[in-house]
Design a protein around this ligand. Structure first.
Ligand code: NAD
Ligand code: WQD
Length: 336
């Protein structure tokens, strides 16, 4: 089966491509290199011993997307390609609306027959949920950022598209916090510039690229005062896409629009995560407590029973595994 992986050179896309190739799928990667590097393609080939197709295309380019669909005959699409910086989206909202929504629309315009489709959404669509854990029945709250709004809009577009096209089968995955790197140490997260997310900032501090990690607030109403998140190993996250694709191919889905939380189901505070990183990797992190970060939700962790019940998927890796792999990755980056 031929699967189009958009954003396949990015963090989640590259790990998923590896998993797909190892399961025997034929993969066509599309990426515009706006947040990735070409050498990821070589690493994917080296890890798997297989050669996916690669098309350097900006999905906003209608003409090139039409040609892509003429050149290949996709059975399924996993759509990762999007801009993902919450901060940047606040300053450049149009860039986010044009790219994240425009890319999806250009893909859908070329689909008129049976297609399996998996869409990368985010726990950000829930905003600050009223209670924990977050189930898929929780309301979608007004978004804190244009980035979050693009995810909400794309979910709506896909829902409508499914209603109008019974042969189109979509799964929307709402990821919680992906962390870690591939066990080979060859691919991982490549944040450009100063990282916004906790784990890349932490590993860069550990290795000396950053002087100090600032913990954004310790006066929240949580066990130790710091925010709580659900950190999922990137290899688990890659695996869920393959499980969902197989579930669609085997026609186990009950509706042609389904959506799932993807996390571990466990919440960890910022301080717990730092302590765990220090313990499993035997390194000290230079950190201090700072001001709260504007827009942060206090607690977010997933109820993952729906995806276990329907798709039969659950995590195999621990947060400890993820933190070990992220440290190995950071050290390998230093040697590049
Ligand atoms: P990433 O930036 O590493 O990967 C996205 C890839 O898409 C990049 O390689 C980029 O070059 C490419 N891309 C962006 N716009 C494109 C376009 N117009 N045409 C072609 N390629 C384009 O991000 P990621 O962390 O791998 O995230 C993948 C998806 O998951 C995104 O949709 C993101 O919003 C979503 N997501 C990520 C997280 C997270 O914390 N990483 C959490 C929830 C959801
Ligand atoms: C985790 C915790 C910070 C950095 C973001 C997006 C969300 C989704 C996942 C895509 C928070 C704290 C962080 C630092 C810190 N992405 N922190 N010091 O905020 O859960 O979500 O990524 O869809 O949309 O908003 O992840 O890694 O930024 O932060 O104390 O230098 O770490 O306050 O509590 P977050 P994160």
């Amino acid at each position: 089966m031929q699967i189009l992986v958009t954003g396949g050179l990015g963090y989640i896309g590259s790990h998923t491509t590896v998993e797909l190739l190892q399961k025997g799928f034929d993969v066509v990667i599309v990426d515009d290199l706006s947040n990735s590097k070409l050498n990821v393609f070589d690493k994917v080939k080296e890890i798997t011993g297989k050669k996916p197709y690669l098309e350097i295309i900006d999905l906003k380019d209608k003409i090139k997307v039409e040609k892509l669909f003429r050149d290949f005959n996709f059975d399924g699409i996993i759509h990762f390609a999007a801009h993902k910086s919450v901060n940047e989206s606040v300053n450049f909202p149009e860039k986010y609306f044009k790219n994240n929504i425009g890319a999806l629309e250009n893909l859908l315009e070329n689909i008129d027959e049976e297609m399996y489709f998996i869409f990368s959404s985010s726990c950000t669509v829930y905003g600050q949920a009223d209670r924990m854990p977050i189930t898929e029945t929780f309301p979608i709250k007004k978004s804190e950022s244009p980035y979050g709004e693009t995810k909400q809009i794309c979910e709506g577009i896909l829902k409508n598209f499914c209603e109008a096209n019974p042969l189109f089968n979509n799964i929307t995955l709402r990821y919680f916090n992906p962390i870690g790197a591939h066990k080979s140490g060859m691919i991982g997260e490549l944040p450009l510039g100063k990282p916004e997310n906790l784990v890349p900032f932490l590993t860069q501090t550990a290795i000396g690229k950053r002087e100090q990690l600032v913990v954004f607030g310790d006066d929240y109403n949580t066990s130790d005062g710091t925010c709580v998140r659900d950190y999922i190993h990137i290899e688990d996250l890659a695996g869920v896409h393959v499980s969902c694709l197989e579930y669609l191919i085997q026609k186990k889905n009950k509706a042609n629009y389904e959506f799932y939380n993807v996390g571990t189901g466990k919440g960890l505070s910022v301080l717990e995560l730092i302590n765990l990183f220090e313990k499993v990797n035997n390194v000290k992190i230079n950190y201090r407590i700072g001001e709260r970060r504007k827009g942060d939700v206090v607690i977010a962790f997933a109820d993952v029973s729906k995806i276990l019940k329907n798709v039969g998927w659950e995590c195999k890796f621990s947060v400890e595994d993820a933190l070990k792999s992220s440290w190995i990755w950071e050290k390998n980056l230093k040697n590049e």
